[in-house]
Write a protein that binds this ligand. Structure first.
Ligand code: HEM
Length: 134
């Protein structure tokens, strides 16, 4: 099975379990990174928007990983400029892994876990390489 299909299948499991996973992921983020409270707003629409952008970018790792990583690199410096430090930006991916991957099941469970692990590793190396870029 193509990596693209594996990623799509994993997203289906996520939607099946959570519907919209935004609340579950951000609840963990606020616990792990209390500084993130500075971004908290009575209007939580930006959190849903963020989750959509992040998952769309993650899906791109299936068929165009170069472009997906380029976006991560650009967004890392964009987010530092708007006050999201690299450790919080990168921490989002551990939160996604911890909250979302337990929903994977069925015959491709291991392949889904492997794909998520490998791509998150690539994202973390990209962040480590560029965390001090301007
Ligand atoms: C907890 C971590 C994060 C926080 C608090 C956060 C916050 C925000 C906020 C407030 C905006 C809108 C303001 C603006 O664009 O100037 C934004 C935009 C955006 N974020 Fe995040 N973000 C986070 C993580 C991420 C990650 C990991 C990605 C990876 C793809 C990402 C991708 C984007 C994109 C694509 C935009 C739109 C940028 C644009 O329109 O130019 N964000 N983020």
């Amino acid at each position: 099975m193509l990596q693209e299909e594996i990623i799509n299948q994993s997203l289906e499991h996520i939607v099946e379990k959570f519907g919209d996973p935004t609340r579950a992921v951000f609840d963990i983020m606020y616990k792990r990174f209390p500084e993130l409270e500075n971004f908290r707003d009575s209007n939580s629409e930006w959190e849903s928007y963020m989750m959509q952008e992040i998952l769309e970018n993650f899906m791109l790792f299936g068929d165009n990983p170069k472009s997906a990583l380029l976006t991560i690199k650009d967004m890392l410096s964009h987010h530092r400029l708007i006050g999201v430090p690299s450790n919080i930006f990168g921490g989002m991916y551990q939160a996604l892994f911890d909250v979302l991957t337990p929903s994977f099941n069925g015959p491709n469970k291991d392949a889904m876990l492997e794909t998520w692990t490998v791509n998150i590793k690539k994202i973390h190396s990209c962040i480590a390489q560029h965390e001090n870029d301007i």
